[in-house]
Design a protein around this ligand. Structure first.
Ligand code: C2E
Ligand code: CA
Ligand code: CA
Length: 455
């Protein structure tokens, strides 16, 4: 026998009008959903799970269009450490305490949820922002009363509904995004979603949509910023820096798209493309007997997860017949530290193949001093941050002594972000010769760089 759908059941009541039919249909769906809601509670805390929350919250908003609603998301930034240091049982107790704190704020038109793990949510009507902040304060207060050896750091993101039709899942995405901007920062514990964040999110989505085609159609272009000898102005090398020539948005800088590509892993493909362009460029010049200088390439920390990382570099040097010393590898401190054992093996191997390693953004991380002793580094690139404050006496002492120390450790030193003569003069006084910065050259298309080398 043919299975009967919900609508078909009503066929036995021929007197039911179309309008009533659809009402009954919605009613039965609703009943079903409500029954479901009961089985859709988070196991540990008894609050609604995500699915039930979305249903209930959307209904509250729809049925009360005269009210202003906000969705608050809460995440405990250091929940993993709580579990690790205090044990899972304490972690569970903490979650129950959070659930209790949320429950105390329950009321008319309020919907509470334990989305997953240590993430909770609340849809609540409100009049003024301060009403929402008061709720957050109460939750924090309650959590701070939970006695454990480590401090618990809850972060809150808030999205205010633009109207009663705003999709709850979108509100949750927005609130989560707001929360991520402050997660783990001890000086801020809540953030409202705002227009800037929306723009960032749209851009991220656009980058993700467009990146594959962009790579296929050559929109990622090689730029090179010259490195100079400050004493005589000679170009001693260059750094490969990628630029995205987007057909609609124009040139997009790496600061905007690289973080997104690092989140989704596509940076690996883009890097390989950039490296290939660099090897091709250097190889071609060598082949034609033209002047060459080392062009360093950036290695994202994510390459440690690419099993063909080192083979790719070795293959390129062979294919384009480029001595590896002409393509130094720049890694930031976090690059050296990501899956450190594997990365260390990779780098050791690449050194045996003749590659040299440069530690990028030196001075911005925290374990730099220990790393210097342990990593196979040939060159240090002192971060621009060191230059920013050069008028300050204490900063000068730091720069001078850092350069001395690195030289004693027998490392090559180059300073990034040199922007004026005062900085240059001071660096020369400190015994540092090499620099890269806008004072000399900005990153330029590879063709322009060629012209510079050819003069
Ligand atoms: P980075 O590796 O530290 O590159 C140096 C950055 O400093 C470049 O920014 C350069 O334009 C900028 N810079 C150089 N001199 C000065 C100066 O005097 N003043 C100021 N204010 N800035 C200066 P850019 O090209 O925007 O690149 C930003 C970051 O994006 C790079 O920082 C690097 O981490 C990443 N990146 C760029 N291209 C690639 C790439 O092909 N692959 C990977 N994995 N990362 C890349
Ligand atoms: Ca670099
Ligand atoms: Ca750098």
């Amino acid at each position: 026998m043919e299975e009967k759908g919900y609508l078909q059941n009503y066929e036995i009541y021929p007197q039911v009008t179309e309008e009533e039919k659809s009402y009954l249909y919605l009613y039965s769906l609703r009943k079903m959903a409500e029954n479901n809601l009961e089985s859709n509670r988070a196991f540990m805390t008894g609050l609604y799970n995500l699915r039930a929350f979305q249903y209930k919250a959307a209904e509250e908003m729809r049925e009360n269009p005269e009210l202003r609603f906000a969705l608050i998301v809460m995440d405990i930034a250091n929940f993993k450490s709580v579990n690790e240091f205090c044990g899972w049982a304490v972690g569970d107790e903490l979650l129950k305490c959070v659930a209790e704190a949320f429950r105390e704020l329950n009321g008319e038109h309020v919907v509470l949820s334990h989305f997953r793990a240590d993430i909770f949510g609340m849809l609540t009507p409100f009049q003024k922002d301060s009403d929402l902040l008061e709720k957050i304060k109460q939750i924090k207060q309650r959590i701070s009363e939970f006695k454990i050896p480590c401090k618990v750091l809850p972060s809150f993101g808030i999205c205010v509904a633009t109207d009663s039709q705003m999709p709850v899942s979108l509100m949750r995405d927005y609130a989560t995004m707001a929360m991520k901007t402050i997660k783990g920062k001890f000086y801020a514990d809540y953030a409202f979603f705002n227009e800037d964040m929306r723009q960032t999110m749209l851009l991220e989505k656009q980058i993700e949509n467009d990146m594959v085609k962009a790579l296929e159609t050559g929109q990622f272009r090689l730029f090179i910023q010259p490195k100079v000898n400050m004493e005589n102005g000679e170009i001693i090398g260059g750094e490969a820096l990628v630029r995205w020539h987007h057909p609609v948005n124009g040139i997009i800088g790496p600061g905007q798209f690289i973080p997104v590509l690092e989140k989704n892993g596509f940076i690996i493909n883009v890097d390989i493309h950039v490296w290939n362009e660099v090897f091709k460029f250097v190889g071609n010049r060598l082949k034609h007997g033209k002047k060459v200088v080392p062009i360093s390439i950036n290695i994202s920390r994510l390459h440690v997860y690419d099993s063909s990382f080192k083979e790719n570099l070795v293959r390129m040097k062979d294919e384009y017949q480029v001595p590896p010393k002409l393509v130094p590898l720049e890694l930031t401190e976090s690059g050296f530290l990501e899956a450190a054992d594997i990365m260390y093996d990779n780098l050791r191997y690449l050194k045996t193949q003749g590659f040299t390693l440069s530690m990028d953004d030196f001075g911005t991380g925290y374990s730099t001093m220990t790393m210097l002793k342990n990593q196979p580094v040939d060159e240090i690139k002192i971060d621009k941050g060191f230059m920013d404050d050069i008028q300050n006496d204490k900063s000068r002492i730091v720069v001078k002594n850092t350069i001395n120390m690195l030289k004693e450790l027998d490392m090559d030193v180059i300073v990034e972000g040199v922007e004026d003569q005062e900085q240059q003069d001071f660096l020369i006084e400190c015994g540092c010769k090499n620099a890269q910065g806008f004072y000399y050259y900005r990153p330029m298309p590879v063709e322009e760089f060629e012209e510079l080398l050819d003069v």
